[in-house]
Write a protein that binds this ligand. Structure first.
Ligand code: ASP
Length: 350
């Protein structure tokens, strides 16, 4: 009897595992969308109870507007690069997100913008860090990829390059929004109180980081040619100083794309995303362990990043048009659209 039970449980376990493997195999080999697009507008402590109905409508409308721009490009046979650029630019121009206009403030009350882009076909990439006067950092990141011998430019040099390439230069005040400025003041005041209280031992922006809303924007697109592109643009983290650079402009952390596996854009506490190589790890797990996109994103965000203490999430899309939103925060502004014109726009965890 015992023997029979043992054999029965063995068969059940083996069957369960092999059907899981079959579904992973199917997901990895079957094309589900000829083209697709997925975006985020940041992850963090985004709670329904703290959001007015009007603000929620505003966020959803902007996410929808942005994704539809990219989706139309893809539907008309445009490239994933074009779709990522135009979609991110809509969000960069909106004060709702922490990218372009609406970027958060540094400790010195300036705005320093980071962005990156990767082309999954060629594995070519471009990135910029700490730019202060270029209207569209994502456009500049793409220019670095297409028009320079480099992958990453920073600060003044990046601005000079932007000017030489004829990109739109703005006065730094263009990035000012009252809302973000007040957030900085609140964090500074809180940090000061904490420093006094903790005998100056506490980290200067520790207090608010856990509750921060990371409003970085990102987009991953798959075009009809099977090319994946991914891009990310951000103002970084409020109260950052000493020229701090986050994960958003780091290829492999904030952005990654490879036609053989997937494309990823990250948002969250950048230091942890750099240490975890979040975007590349997802692609690597698909490549080396034959994991599905869902399995890889889940492992990297819910297990590895979480165990390290990092917070945030990713949007990702694989070569077959499977899409995944994965985050370990209360919410993430996000949207996706497939080749059947099906639109998903969400903010909170469900
Ligand atoms: N990841 C960004 C950074 O650390 C912040 C964000 O996602 O909002 O700079």
């Amino acid at each position: 009897m015992k023997k029979l039970l043992f054999i029965a449980s063995f068969l059940i376990i083996s069957f369960g595992c092999s059907s899981e493997k079959t579904s992973t195999k199917q997901e990895n080999s079957k094309k589900v969308n000829d083209f697709a697009i997925i975006i985020h507008g940041g992850a963090g402590t985004i709670l329904k109870k703290n959001m007015s109905d009007e603000k929620e409508v505003e966020y959803k409308a902007k996410l929808e507007e942005a994704i539809k721009v990219g989706h139309t490009i893809l539907k008309n046979g445009g490239t994933s690069t074009e779709a990522v650029l135009k979609t991110i630019q809509i969000m960069e121009e909106s004060p709702l997100f922490n990218a372009g206009k609406g970027a958060v403030f540094t400790h010195e009350e300036t705005n320093e913008l980071d962005a990156s882009f990767m082309d999954g076909k060629t594995l070519n990439a471009g990135a910029v860090a700490g730019v202060t006067n270029v209207k569209s950092p994502i456009e500049l990141a793409i220019k670095v990829m297409t028009d320079s011998d480099h992958v990453m430019l920073s600060g003044k040099g990046a601005s000079t390059f932007a000017k030489e390439k004829g990109l739109e230069i703005v006065d730094p005040s263009y990035f000012y929004t009252e809302n973000r400025f007040q957030s900085l003041q609140r964090i500074k005041n809180r940090a000061k109180t904490q420093l006094d209280h903790d005998d100056k031992k506490a980290a200067f922006y520790d207090a608010d980081i856990k509750n921060a809303k990371f409003g970085t924007v990102g987009c991953v697109a798959l075009d009809k040619e099977g090319n994946i592109a991914a891009g990310t643009s951000t103002g970084g983290m409020t109260n950052k100083r000493w020229g701090r650079i986050g994960d958003a402009p780091i290829i492999g952390s904030g952005t990654y794309a490879n036609n053989q596996t997937c494309g990823v854009s990250s948002t969250g506490w950048g230091e942890y995303f750099i240490r975890s190589q979040v975007a590349y790890d997802i692609s690597a797990q698909m490549e080396y362990l034959q994991k599905s996109l869902k399995e890889a994103t889940k492992d990297v965000i819910q297990n590895k990043l979480t165990q390290l203490g990092g917070t945030g999430g990713v949007v990702a899309l694989d070569k077959n048009g499977n899409m995944s939103f994965e985050f370990n925060t209360a919410g993430m502004y996000r949207a996706s659209m497939n080749d059947k014109d099906e639109l998903v726009v969400k903010i909170y965890k469900e």
